[in-house]
Design a protein around this ligand. Structure first.
Ligand SMILES: Cc1cc2nc3c(=O)[nH]c(=O)nc-3n(C[C@H](O)[C@H](O)[C@H](O)COP(=O)(O)O)c2cc1C
Length: 181
């Protein structure tokens, strides 16, 4: 069971800086893709805005430009192998969902799928795009956000969600226990 979050609380899922799997494309059109993105950040809560940096050459960038939406999938460490598979080949040449053993599932508000095996996901409609010569900064308006109940009690439970954080190359660390200060 997943809990719906108020859109303006979407940042609770990614405030701690995880490497996420970004899904793109349209299920209706049968053109979907998935790729790991380490460079992303909340931009605002009201209105809820989130930014991701995507190389202009990536198939992901082409699909976000084409369909005007994307989904940010928060994953647990069990999906690190999927991160590595989806980051090593372009969706132009492969069905990465099949290759990584993950399942595309219909989003609530956008035509792009989310990943059924994810811990939670954030659905975004493209608001603005800036081209920094080789990389697009896509800013999305959050239109829906949900998280598995067991990973959330009003805030993320990082010791349960065990999200991967990319340190470059093949190195990651996994989120640990939260503390109130
Ligand atoms: C751990 C990890 C993090 C990555 N983070 C980013 C990122 O933030 N931005 C980006 O443009 N590419 C990033 N990449 C690279 C893309 O995910 C990779 O080139 C992917 O194959 C692109 O797929 P596509 O052509 O299907 O979009 C990352 C790769 C890995 C393995």
């Amino acid at each position: 069971m997943r809990k719906k979050l108020p859109d303006e609380e979407f940042y609770h899922l990614i405030n701690h800086g995880p490497c996420v799997l970004v899904t793109s494309g349209s299920m209706k059109r049968g053109e979907i893709n998935v790729a790991p993105i380490a460079w992303g950040t909340p931009v605002n809560d009201e209105p809820p805005l989130v930014a991701i940096c995507v190389a202009t050459s990536h198939h992901t960038a082409k699909l976000i430009n084409k369909y005007g939406c994307f989904a940010i999938n928060l994953v647990s460490r069990q999906l690190i192998p999927a991160i590595k598979i989806c980051g090593s080949v372009s969706g132009r040449h492969a069905d990465k969902f099949k290759r990584a053993g993950i399942t595309p599932s219909g989003c609530r508000k956008i035509s792009t799928p989310f990943i059924k095996e994810s811990a939670g996901h954030i659905e975004c409609k493209l608001k603005t795009k800036a081209d920094y010569g080789g990389v697009f900064l896509f800013v999305g308006k959050v239109v829906h956000c949900e998280i598995e109940n067991r990973f959330y009690d009003g805030h993320l439970l990082p010791e349960k969600a065990k999200t991967p954080h990319h340190l470059g190359g093949s190195y990651f660390f996994v989120s640990g226990k939260r503390k109130k200060y």
